[in-house]
Design a protein around this ligand. Structure first.
Ligand SMILES: *Cc1c(COP(=O)(O)O)cnc(C)c1O
Length: 352
């Protein structure tokens, strides 16, 4: 007997690179703009003597503010350390059956990692050739469903009506809609939580609220779902949301105008860059997220990825079937995108 035989071995999720130094970083879908000035204010004025006490187990002020801003009761809200934490708890809580959990074959690459970790059977449902989800494919026996909307890394949005079709026809299982990118012009299924007690909607502060470094994610669902998630969470670690995070998150929610304005900036840059990429010979599904998933008609994605990196421009590329000729390009500031487009123009011309 070797102790290593009893180790829970997993192949972990690979996050995008976090290079140090002066680079143009378009590889992890971070927001190029800082968080609201309200966040800076509340953190700089924080009374640190409060830190000796444990925080509120439900996220206190943060959950209250979410309830106000999103117009849902506190009992319908769960907060966690980024939506990765929220999703990990949701998988552990809800996916405990014999039938496979189903999700798209091209999607957020954490879903299969959690399934492997928790020994949840799963099946990936192929997107069609245009990277679209076919709603009828999700009408089959399953132990749960996860769909990001807009999908990652494609940026393709599914209509609320199609998602409702999937939720309505799967009342025997939990359907998780991961809305990490919904604030960049997509439509949320949030209002449907009143109609379907099997729907969990997951969102994050990491992208649209410029707070990836703070780690805040939330889930909205029926009080029954949220209750079950709390039971599991309190069986692992009750105090996941620290006092500073709670303050920072609540402050960000105070400043809705700033949030709307930065999202609009990202959207308008995205639409401009779409036109430029088209002119340079790129093809991509129409994106409703803060990134564009693009392939070039002539030049291999891997070559562009490496050449860009050599010029300190980081985008994301996966050596995976079906998507290995695509680059996922996060939307940065107008200046950063101009630098990228300038680089691409020269590179594709063969001048560098
Ligand atoms: C970024 C992302 C997440 C996780 O983000 P957090 O930083 O953990 O909130 C979850 N789902 C998708 C699809 C994402 O792209």
């Amino acid at each position: 007997m070797n102790w290593e035989d009893n180790v829970r071995k997993v192949i972990p999720y690979t996050p995008g690179e976090q290079p140090v130094g002066d680079v143009i970083k378009l590889n992890t879908n971070e927001n190029p703009y800082p968080p609201s000035p309200e966040v800076k204010k509340v953190l700089s004025e924080y009374d640190t003597s409060e830190l000796r006490k444990y925080p509120d187990v439900y996220g206190g002020k943060l959950r209250d503010k979410l309830s106000e801003v999103y117009g849902v009761s506190r009992d319908n809200i769960f907060v966690g350390v980024g939506s990765d934490d929220v999703l990990a708890i949701a998988f552990l809580t809800f996916f405990n059956g014999r039938e496979p959990v189903i999700f798209p074959d091209i999607t957020y690459s954490f879903y299969d990692v959690w399934c492997d970790l928790y020994r949840i059977p799963y099946e990936m449902i192929p997107l069609n050739d245009e990277f679209r989800i076919i709603k009828e494919d999700y009408i089959r026996p399953n132990g749960g469903i996860v769909i990001p909307n807009p999908n990652a890394p494609t940026g393709v949005e599914k209509s609320v009506e199609d998602l409702e079709f999937i939720i309505k026809n799967n009342k025997g299982s939990i359907v998780i809609i991961d809305e990490a990118y919904v604030d960049f012009g997509g439509r949320s299924v949030l209002p449907l939580i009143e109609k379907y007690d099997n729907l969990l909607v997951v969102q994050t502060f990491s992208k649209s609220r410029s707070m990836a470094g703070v780690r805040i994610g939330m889930a909205f669902g029926s009080s029954k779902l949220i209750g079950y998630m709390n039971d599991v969470k309190f069986s692992i670690n009750s105090y996941t949301m620290n006092r500073l995070t709670i303050e920072a998150g609540a402050a960000a929610l105070e400043d809705n105008e700033y949030f709307v304005r930065t999202c609009e900036k990202v959207i308008s840059t995205r639409e401009r860059v779409k036109k430029q990429l088209k002119e340079l010979g790129f093809d991509f599904p129409d994106s409703k997220a803060n990134f564009i998933f693009a392939t070039h008609k002539r030049v291999k994605a891997e070559d562009i990825f490496n050449a860009a990196k050599a010029k300190n421009i980081y985008v994301r590329w996966w050596n995976k079937p079906r998507i290995d000729d695509y680059l996922r390009i996060s939307i940065g500031t107008d200046g950063e995108m101009d630098a990228l487009v300038g680089f691409l123009r020269e590179y594709l011309d063969g001048s560098i």
